[in-house]
Design a protein around this ligand. Structure first.
Ligand SMILES: CC(C)(COP(=O)(O)OP(=O)(O)OC[C@H]1O[C@@H](n2cnc3c(N)ncnc32)[C@H](O)[C@@H]1OP(=O)(O)O)[C@@H](O)C(=O)NCCC(=O)NCCS
Length: 177
């Protein structure tokens, strides 16, 4: 368990899979991520089995928030492949419960993940890719401390048109400062 004030990150359980399928089939949620084809429960179960074989630091974590009724799962966050020579990795986040968007939970979860990456895993650089068409995500990452680093022009095709993909990152030295 990685504990913050309003948010905590925990390992995924098999029981989480149905809510993941609901989130990842929501057209509004999918606008920001690289999933364009409807996802079935069977595909998600297959993904879960493969995921368990990955190194533990690359396994996604469930984002839970503190509510009056207790902790509630609202999304997930993960480091993709960790490059141990460069001490670098990419991070990805999805908050599937749309009623909790725009309340700072994305920023809080990302800041917890940065702390985990720098303080527990001893990483030096954490980066992400975000569609230029996703201003909510871009703003949330800026608030979490990410710096704009580059732009891959027309690197993503969405709704019949190309959009740019932005690269943002945090390096250990600026995070410590
Ligand atoms: C992207 C995501 C993780 C952000 O998390 P969140 O908790 O909703 O975001 P936060 O509350 O931390 O920050 C959102 C910020 O964007 C702002 N914002 C929202 N819509 C905006 C818009 N259309 N234009 C500009 N800013 C916008 C909010 O006002 C807020 O900024 P503020 O606190 O300065 O007012 C979450 O919305 C999500 O998972 N979306 C669906 C999947 C996705 O897009 N994942 C990211 C893939 S790169």
């Amino acid at each position: 368990m990685i504990l913050g004030e309003r948010v905590r990150l925990r390992a995924i359980e098999r029981e989480d899979l149905p809510r993941f399928v609901l989130w990842l089939n929501d057209p509004e949620v999918r606008q920001g991520i690289l999933i364009a084809i409807p996802l079935s429960m069977s595909q998600e179960e297959q993904w879960f089995s493969h995921m368990l074989e990955r190194p533990s630091e690359e396994q996604p974590l469930v984002i839970e928030i503190k509510t009056p009724e207790g902790w509630k799962a609202i999304g997930n966050i993960s480091f993709h492949t960790v490059d141990w020579r460069e001490r670098s990795t990419e991070v990805g986040i999805v908050i599937g419960e749309k009623s909790f968007w725009n309340q700072g939970y994305g920023r809080d979860a990302m800041q917890l993940m940065l702390r985990h990456g720098f303080n527990n895993l001893n990483l030096n650089r954490i980066f992400l890719r975000v569609y230029a068409s996703n201003p909510r995500a871009i703003r949330s990452y800026e608030k979490a401390g990410f710096v704009h680093e580059g732009r891959l022009r027309q690197a993503h095709f969405q709704d019949g048109q190309y959009v740019d993909v932005l690269i943002m990152s945090v390096v250990r030295s600026e995070w410590q400062a």
